[in-house]
Structure formats: C-alpha cells, structure tokens
Design a protein around this ligand. Structure first.
Ligand SMILES: [Zn+2]
Length: 131
C-alpha cells in the first residue's frame, strides 16, 4: 500500500472514531464498542473504559481526543497530515497507525517530553526567545 493510500485509510479510521466519540459523549457507547471490536489495533487508544459508564473524567479524555482527531482530519483536508510539526519530516506510517493524530515524529516527541513542555508550540516559542 502506498503512503497516500495508507493515509486515506487512516482518514476513514479517524472519521469513524470521531463519530463514535461524539456519540459516546452524547451518552451512547454502542458505536464506540462496535468500533473497538472491529479495529483491534486501535482498541488500546482510549477505550479501556468503554465498557464502563461515561464518567466526567472519561468525557474529558474523550473530548480531548475528539479535538485531536478533528485537528488531524483538518490536516488531512489541508494536505499537511503526516508531517512532523517539529522537524517537517514525514512521520513514519507505523507511528500514524498506532496514533493517527500524532503531530510529532518520535524524535521530536521525546525532545518535547524531555523539555517538560506540553506542546511543540511552547517549545518553539522558547527556542525563538533564546535566539
Ligand atoms: Zn520531528
């Protein structure tokens, strides 16, 4: 499969997941459960609690994931999906398949984690300040 085809496939994964999350946030876990069963490889994303009741904490996690998924879909629509925010290199497909809304390659992610910052824009702001 070409990278382009793989990215298209990831888009449909993201759209399905967004729809399921929206439904789950509305109190309907049926779609999320079905999605969990259908795509075993994505099951560990944030679905550990899918069989439990929707708690406010879970809703918070899902809302955050929903935002990340929305952003990933927007990036796909703008043709910039799959490029690392940090170094502009292509994020390896294996990483995107494990974490479809990743915005950093593993190298930059580690750099970010070591910095103790929450997102890359904070890190780059700091980099600009030190210039
Ligand atoms: Zn990078």
């Amino acid at each position: 499969m070409s990278r382009k085809d793989a990215l298209l496939k990831l888009k449909s994964v993201l759209v399905n997941r967004r729809n399921a999350l929206r439904a789950a946030l509305a109190g309907d876990l049926t779609a999320l459960k079905e999605l969990t069963l259908a795509s075993g490889d994505l099951a560990d994303l944030a679905l550990d609690s899918a069989h439990e009741q929707v708690t406010s904490q879970m809703a918070e996690v899902e809302s955050r994931e929903l935002v990340q998924i929305d952003e990933a879909i927007a990036r796909i629509n703008h043709g910039v999906y799959g490029a690392c925010d940090g170094c502009d290199k292509a994020i390896p497909l294996a990483r995107l398949e494990a974490l479809p809304y990743a915005t950093l390659c593993i190298k930059c992610q580690i750099k970010l984690e070591k910095s103790g910052r929450r997102d890359w824009s904070e890190l780059s702001d700091e980099a600009y300040d030190s210039v």
